[in-house]
Design a protein around this ligand. Structure first.
Ligand code: PMP
Length: 399
């Protein structure tokens, strides 16, 4: 059996991280991995999370098996976080706890494959590197639509033009906010256009909400999702608590299905539970119990999240200012208009290699940088490095 095992390429992201770790330069800059870092370069445990963990330890609840759909208070809190506290939409949703946002995406992919096996999933290009592997692992066909910028923001015209090829019942995989990797988010008007398109063409949105609270705020970042839910019968949501609660390794997330009415929800829940039962049975309790506590005692958490959001926005602004001071070309300065932890630099693989070799700056080969990984004293040096590599002549293919 093992002799026939196809060769699996190691994940290029981890290879880059290994290269960073073994790089001896003291002024190297890690903008590769998608985690929040504070101004000292740490990814701290939020104080609100620590307080919740103390309460949980003191309560010493049994570690006996839990429900297949996970922690009920967590599911309830996630539904309200995503849809809003006082909305009729809460009556027509089913939310179940998953193993991170990734687990939510995979569970929904399996759900789609069961309910609508011939649906194509339309994914943004550029897009999150793991979307296609997750969807294809569930046996779904994936196609892409352009997600690019013009002078004012998202070029919605090209996205909609590409989606004209989608058929009724196809899935449109959208990032709820803080698009990974581009940082390009739709305006409110553009969300309305996307909702109109989905309604008119019978397309079903799957919203990947991995950064709620990292853009403009918890409520503001949910605008697109809530608008779609208001306009459409069926919406799918994969949510992650990795970033906005800093629960990365606790693998905490939720899958939500919104239906036209409450009636089919019992079957939706039973189906989701059967799918998890055949995979990992039930999700781990600890992260969800912490999140449920944060929903109850939200003040400290929301203040800490606001501080993270501000640091990311300030870093982005300071980098944009530094680029402007260096006279950077306009495509580099576009990152000032983008949102969230990531931006995609207008640099090719060769330029990204030079950035790494000549300046010790590590981003992904595709040009993605994690703005939240940048420390205040590194900003000017990064701006200089970016301008230098952007001026390199194009590489000629060797004869
Ligand atoms: N979707 C997107 C767009 C992401 O960036 C990430 C995390 N990098 C995820 C989903 C998955 O998050 P989780 O850690 O909760 O699995």
């Amino acid at each position: 059996m093992l002799a026939a095992l196809p060769l699996a390429e190691p994940d290029p992201l981890w290879a880059l991280l290994r290269a960073f770790r073994t790089d001896g330069r003291t002024d190297k800059i890690d903008l590769v991995v998608g985690v929040y870092r504070d101004a000292t370069g740490e990814t701290p445990v939020m104080r609100a999370v620590q307080e919740a963990e103390v309460r949980l330890a003191l309560a010493a609840a049994s570690k006996s098996y839990r429900a297949l759909s996970g922690n009920a208070a967590f599911n309830d809190g996630m539904a309200k976080l995503l849809l809003g506290e006082n909305t009729m939409a809460l009556e027509r949703q089913c939310t179940i706890q998953t193993v991170g946002g990734t687990g939510a995406l995979r569970l929904l992919a399996d759900f789609i494959a069961l309910a609508s096996p011939h649906a194509t999933v339309w994914s943004t290009n550029p897009g999150y590197v793991n979307h296609r592997p997750i969807m294809t692992a569930a046996g779904l066909a994936v196609r892409s639509f352009r997600w690019q910028e013009n002078e004012t923001g998202l070029d919605i015209g090209t996205a909609i033009a590409d989606l004209q090829q989608a058929r009724q019942g196809d899935i449109v995989l959208l990032h709820g906010c803080c698009h990974n990797p581009s940082g390009i988010d739709p305006s409110r008007e553009q969300w309305r256009q996307l909702a109109e398109l989905c309604g008119r063409r019978g397309l079903i949105p799957l919203i990947d909400m991995a950064y709620q609270g990292f853009g403009d705020g918890i409520e503001e970042d949910a605008f697109g999702l809530r608008h779609l839910v208001g306009e459409l019968e069926t919406v799918l949501v994969a949510a992650s608590c990795s970033k906005n609660m800093g629960l990365y390794c606790e693998r905490t997330g939720a899958a939500m299905v919104i239906a036209a009415e409450a009636r089919p929800l019992a079957n939706v829940r039973a189906t989701l539970e059967r799918l998890t039962r055949a995979s990992y049975s039930m999700p781990p309790e600890h992260g969800a119990a912490i999140a449920a506590d944060l929903f109850e005692n939200s003040r400290t958490w929301l203040a800490e999240l606001a501080a993270c959001r501000k640091r990311v926005a300030d870093t982005r602004r300071d980098l944009a200012d530094a680029l402007a001071r260096c006279g950077a070309p306009e495509p580099l300065q576009a990152l000032s208009r983008q949102k969230g932890m990531f931006s995609l630099l207008p640099l090719d693989q060769h330029q990204m290699n030079r950035l790494r070799q000549d300046f010790g700056v590590y981003g992904t080969a595709s040009g993605r940088i994690n703005i939240a990984g940048l420390l205040p004293h590194q900003i000017d040096r990064l701006a200089d490095a970016l301008v230098s590599v952007s001026e390199l002549p194009p590489v000629k293919a060797s004869a």
